[in-house]
Design a protein around this ligand. Structure first.
Ligand code: FES
Length: 110
């Protein structure tokens, strides 16, 4: 059985639909976003040239980097146009009014 270490990182009202905010969990800087009613979390630093993805935008299920516009799936972290680049993604859940993140990165394909 997989041991989960959920950590509260924000309240539900802190992230508007379509917004991305910076959060830190266990010393790891993340971008926490809300794509419709679904929350997601990725590494905060872009794999291209270290753009701040917490300043990015969400468009049709994709997180768009503010630096050069690379687009990543909010579901898998995979770069949409170049398949060999991928963000580290983290599982997110809502408990009451708290948004919680498991600081253990999701395995690819999970
Ligand atoms: S730094 Fe993110 S696309 Fe260039």
């Amino acid at each position: 059985m997989l041991f989960r270490k959920w950590r509260s990182v924000a309240k539900v009202g802190d992230v508007a639909p379509g917004a991305v905010i910076p959060v830190t969990v266990d010393g790891i800087d993340l971008a926490l976003g809300r794509d419709g009613e679904r929350y997601f979390a990725t590494q905060r630093t872009c794999v291209h040239r270290a753009g701040d993805l917490s300043q990015g935008t969400i468009r049709r299920g994709e997180l768009v980097c503010p630096q050069h516009g690379w687009r990543f799936s909010t579901e898998t972290g995979r770069l949409v146009s170049v398949m060999d680049h991928c963000l580290t993604v983290y599982d997110v859940r809502v408990r009451g009014d708290q948004i919680e993140v498991d600081p253990v990165p999701r395995k690819r394909g999970r």
